[in-house]
Design a protein around this ligand. Structure first.
Ligand SMILES: Cc1cc2nc3c(=O)[nH]c(=O)nc-3n(C[C@H](O)[C@H](O)[C@H](O)COP(=O)(O)OP(=O)(O)OC[C@H]3O[C@@H](n4cnc5c(N)ncnc54)[C@H](O)[C@@H]3O)c2cc1C
Length: 322
């Protein structure tokens, strides 16, 4: 591991200043992802900026029924109101990692965790995301975990966060603070597609700190994750769904996939199958089919297409029956 300096700022403004003064500095929160990347030689910042202890670890319920979750709140957060208001989020959090890791992992770090693509995590392989211009070993390697949607010739890796998928379904916003003040970015727009610059995964600037996630009041929601084993595994395919029904008609629907794209993948075509009609087995089946629209399977990941169809159907059916 390369030696590094350690800074423990006393305020967000100071953290922003330290980041701005050193282009090679990187934020550390729970360290559950970053420390493994440092250990394995994937990342080598010369300074870590510790954002623990800045008062960013609180839940603040809002008058409209929404909630602001501090970026340093841990993924083990257990709040009965959160469970009732945002079941998709709590299910997504509980489906991730292990209790020990969730006790340490933060919301900000979860959104910013790096891909689990094995070729990114192992420096002996070419990876445009780790070393821009070096190539993509995944293109000719094991394709089982690769993306169905949104990939590019430079990168076929998928985004790993469960929480981010639920947050997009719940229409959440990321609040960030930087040298020019506060920005509020819908989680849906926070992560970017790889194009020919896969090293850039989000719109966060290098001298900005994530300070909170803002959740507006949300309709009933659900999260379903399909994985190789029932715990301690990342999603092969997951779905976060939020559907508002009144008077027997679906008024709004948000359907978001995990494990299949470089960012949480919103299924507009599936949502359109539901909105304006009854929430029935038939409309759910159509939504499941529509969720596969635009999929571009690669050798090894073809199985994900049928999985998308089934996970979306089952997530919506479980939500309807809840
Ligand atoms: C064995 C294992 C299994 C896992 N399984 C799952 C899983 O199934 N599902 C899942 O979703 N996740 C899973 N994870 C990932 C885990 O959830 C993340 O490691 C964790 O959420 C990262 O949070 P952290 O606070 O530890 O971030 P860190 O490791 O401290 O940081 C991660 C990144 O975020 C940046 N960062 C952190 N906080 C901020 C901030 N406030 N502002 C700006 N930048 C910031 C850091 O600079 C770094 O680049 C797993 C992890 C492990 C080790």
């Amino acid at each position: 591991m390369r030696p590094f300096h350690y800074a423990k700022p006393g305020s967000v403004a100071e953290a922003v200043r330290v980041l701005g003064a050193n282009p090679d500095a990187e934020v550390i929160a729970g360290g559950t992802d970053l420390v493994t990347l440092l250990r394995d030689g994937v990342r080598a910042p010369n300074q870590l900026v510790d954002v623990n202890g800045l008062g960013l670890d609180r839940l603040a319920w809002q008058q409209d029924g929404g909630v602001h979750i501090g970026a340093l709140c841990r993924n083990a957060v257990d709040d009965s109101r959160l469970r009732r208001a945002y079941p998709a989020l709590v299910l997504a959090l509980r489906s991730g990692a292990s209790p020990q890791i969730r006790n340490r992992a933060s919301f900000g770090g979860n959104l910013l965790q790096r891909t689990r693509c094995a070729y990114f995590r192992l420096p002996e392989f070419d990876c445009n995301k780790r070393a821009p211009g070096s190539g993509c070993a995944a293109l000719t390697g094991d394709g089982a975990q690769t993306a169905l949607f949104g990939a590019s010739p430079s990168c076929v890796a998928v985004h790993p966060s469960d929480c981010a998928v639920a947050l997009v379904a719940l229409n959440a916003v990321v609040r960030v603070e930087g040298p020019s003040g506060v920005r509020r970015i819908p989680v849906e727009e926070f992560h970017v597609l790889p194009g020919d610059a896969p090293q850039r995964e989000t719109v966060l600037r290098r001298d900005e700190v994530v300070v909170a996630i803002e959740l507006p009041p949300a309709p009933p929601s659900h999260y379903l994750k399909f994985r190789d084993r029932t715990s301690f595994a990342f999603a092969l395919v997951s779905a976060g769904v939020a559907v508002e029904v009144s008077g027997g008609v679906v008024r709004s629907a948000r359907i978001v996939l995990g494990g299949v794209a470089p960012k949480p993948w919103r299924c507009g075509a599936a949502e359109r199958e539901l909105v304006g009609g009854p929430f029935t087995e038939a409309s759910i089946a159509k939504a499941g089919d529509a969720a596969t629209e635009g999929a571009k399977p690669r050798p090894g990941n073809e199985y994900k297409v049928e999985l998308v169809r089934r996970v979306v159907r089952r997530a919506l059916t479980e939500l309807r029956n809840a």
